[in-house]
Design a protein around this ligand. Structure first.
Ligand SMILES: [Zn+2]
Length: 99
């Protein structure tokens, strides 16, 4: 049994409601973000009990690390002034920049 990224939520574990904007657990993977794919390429929810198994949780962790790298997450929170969204605002000014 392979573990693959949930095709419905792409590993996020939740879906955003298009109308209300509210996030809810992905029904496809029960919020785990990953599913089992059997030899006939059919996806199954990972039972919560299986998450306690060391081999499963290690596999999930490495998949999650891979996903984080893919989306450019460095494992470190960005400083407010490093966030593109704050550029040009008060919060976008580096308080440690002496110039
Ligand atoms: Zn999902």
């Amino acid at each position: 049994m392979n573990i693959v990224r949930c095709p419905s939520c792409d590993g996020y574990g939740w879906d955003e409601d298009d109308f209300t904007g509210e996030a809810e657990d992905c029904a496809w993977c029960a919020g785990i973000g990953y599913v089992y794919r059997d030899t006939s390429q059919v996806d199954h929810k990972i039972p919560l009990d299986d998450l306690k198994k060391t081999d499963i949780s290690q596999k999930l962790e490495s998949l999650e690390n891979e996903r984080m790298r893919e989306i450019g997450y460095s494992g470190e929170a960005k400083k407010p002034w490093q966030q593109d969204i704050r550029k040009g605002t008060q919060g976008g000014i580096n308080p440690y920049d002496e110039k």
